[in-house]
Write a protein that binds this ligand. Structure first.
Ligand SMILES: [Zn+2]
Length: 599
């Protein structure tokens, strides 16, 4: 339930009136002077110092934390066709760990279609491939690249899938590992010496040449990989009533390589400055604290900043953080709609914030992915964001954000693609969400609609695997989820009663403690397949709900139930099913205990 007092509603209206387009425009232009910002560069340090100075000017006490991150900084790339004709093609280096060095490499080029990539012979060859591959929304990346490396590929020339704007190259990356690699997963990071991206249009030319046969190229791709010290700026506004609990408001400070990043994420940093300025002016009336974090290493460190923060402040986040709110890509030129809200216990709070500002209902709730520094699923924080987007007719379907602008991750992400009017609307929505999380006497979390989505997802998974249900099924999980939903409805009822009956502070505290703890039980099993202090594996980029048990569909695809492979996978799935079931069980027990106490 969204419980705002009349006094709080008045305060929120007052804060909304303080949003200043003039200040944001000025800060935006000044921030842009430091871009492009490759993480670990002097530009990043200058941008952080600019933000720090502004926060101090607004009365906060920011701090710059420093840590070592393993980052891969692409410097430049060059592609020369030598045979059957001489030709230079513009290209951009991938964010990965291999490098050709300045001398480059030479070799024969073969074209491999999306259907054959990963199976067609490619040893010692430079492969011309499509960014688009069958079955992966993010295209050629991670495990598939590692496979090609194992097959002995010499280098890759990747044709951009973007036919909406066929003359750009979007900067893309290997995200096989989240944050700093460990001794357990460094082997998952591929080291192909060159992966260069060419535009969709140039791709047509090279595809023709390669298909004729006898094509030779010289590729230079210089990428620097190693440990660098990065700055991570944080600032907290202490709440007046419950200062230990805080909302983590965050966004990345680095831009994609070679890109001015006008809305990815210069505008997000400007939005955070504006929110900090306004909230700090009313800090004596905030119930909980609001902590701002500006992540480095988002683009070339596989979310190095947020994963390091998760590792280094794990205990505090686990027990005191009420939620993660990410600000990335607000204020995009032409952005006029909100495409939906992320599924979760705070989905109502996001939808309510959007409705309060735009007057429109959120039509679609989507499963949140791991993108955008969502590094806190192991802890179990509710993850939310609410950013405007361009309408379908202006939306480039091949980009992974910037409001859907075709300039995403290109050098064309310049100031003309930012719009301060759009940014002001986005900041209003953000302020509405943050204020609800900070000030509602009982946290604006409702697990009932979340449970409803999860039951639908689980039943869908079971349906896909019905063939093998005699050998393995997730019926126990579905039953637990249904029990959890009923209890979540009761908990929501208890919150409503607490409001109507003007319950004591002790009752409100019980409810808040319960709402936070329930998320810690359910979110890790719904979103992660790793331990609570680990990062989830990246095969689906967090896109598959219940990653611990989603391989049930692979089990159902197997021909013979008596095969060893079937039995190995079934054993794994039984263990993982226990973990998921236990998540729901623990959450239900917590709710029962709380209901007994508050009655
Ligand atoms: Zn971004």
């Amino acid at each position: 339930m969204i419980w705002l007092t009349d006094e709080d509603r008045r305060l929120l209206t007052e804060m909304e009136s303080e949003i200043s387009k003039e200040l944001m425009q000025e800060n935006w232009e000044r921030f842009m002077e430091h871009t492009p910002i490759h993480s670990g560069s002097p530009q990043e340090e200058a941008a952080v110092q600019f933000l720090k100075t502004k926060l101090e000017e607004y009365g906060l006490e920011p701090e710059v934390l420093r840590f070592e991150a393993y980052i891969t900084d692409p410097k430049y790339a060059r592609l020369e066709v030598l045979e059957p004709q001489s030709l230079e093609v513009q290209c951009t280096p991938y964010r990965q760990v291999g490098t050709t060095g300045p001398e480059g490499i030479e070799g024969e080029v073969i074209y491999v279609s999306p259907e054959d990539i990963g199976t067609a012979e490619c040893r010692g060859k430079i492969v011309l491939a499509e960014q688009r591959v069958a079955g992966d929304w993010m295209g050629l990346r991670d495990g598939l690249l590692l496979k090609l490396q194992g097959m002995g590929v010499k280098a890759l020339i990747v044709i951009e899938q973007d036919d909406y704007m066929p003359t750009v190259c979007h900067q893309r990356a290997d995200f096989s590992v989240s944050g700093n690699p460990t001794s357990d997963n460094i082997h998952l990071v591929q080291t192909i010496p060159a992966i260069v991206h060419i535009s969709n249009k140039d791709g047509e030319t090279l595809r023709q040449l390669a298909k004729q046969g006898g094509m030779k190229v010289h590729i230079t791709s210089v990428v620097e990989t190693g440990w660098k010290s990065l700055p991570l700026l944080v600032a907290e506004i202490k709440g007046a009533i419950d200062p230990d609990r805080f909302l983590l408001v965050n966004g990345h400070v680095d831009t994609p390589p070679f890109s001015p990043g006008v809305v990815d994420n210069a505008s997000g940093d400007v939005a955070m400055l504006e929110l900090a300025r306004i909230l700090n002016g009313h800090r004596d009336k905030l119930r909980r604290s609001v902590r701002f974090a500006f992540w480095p290493g988002h683009e070339i460190g596989r979310y190095a900043g947020s994963t390091w923060y998760n590792d280094s402040y794990w205990h505090e986040l686990r027990y005191n953080c009420v939620g993660f709110y990410n600000i990335d890509s607000p204020g995009a030129e032409g952005a006029s709609v909100f495409r939906g809200a992320p599924i979760g216990e705070v989905q109502e709070a996001v939808a309510d914030a959007i409705k309060a500002v735009t007057g429109t209902e959120v039509e679609r709730f989507r499963w949140p992915t791991r993108a955008g520094d969502s590094s806190f699923w192991g802890i179990g924080l509710p993850h939310a964001s609410a950013t405007s987007s361009r309408p379908p007719e202006l939306y480039d379907p091949h980009v992974n954000y910037s409001g859907g602008g075709w300039w995403w991750h290109t050098p064309y992400a310049t100031m003309d693609h930012g719009d301060v009017d759009v940014l002001a609307t986005d900041v209003r929505v953000e302020l509405n969400y943050i204020f609800r999380m900070a000030n509602c006497p009982v946290l604006p979390m409702n697990f009932a609609p979340y449970a409803d989505h999860m039951i639908g997802i689980l039943e869908g998974l079971q349906e896909k695997a019905d063939k093998v249900k005699a050998y393995f099924n997730i019926h126990p999980v579905i039953e637990r989820a249904k029990e959890f939903k009923g209890l979540a409805e009761d908990l929501e009822g208890a919150v409503r009663a607490a409001r109507e009956e003007r319950a004591s502070d002790e009752v409100l505290e019980e409810l808040n403690r319960c709402l936070m703890k329930v998320g810690r039980c359910v979110n890790p099993v719904a979103h992660s397949n790793a331990g609570d202090t680990e990062q989830l594996s990246m095969e689906t980029f967090g896109r598959s709900p219940f990653p611990r048990i989603h391989e049930i569909t692979e089990l159902a695809d197997m021909t013979l139930h008596q095969s060893p492979e079937f039995k190995f996978l079934r054993t794994k799935l039984i263990r993982q099913r226990n973990a998921v079931e236990n998540g729901f069980y623990r959450a239900s027990e917590l709710i029962k205990e709380t209901l007994a106490k508050v009655k």
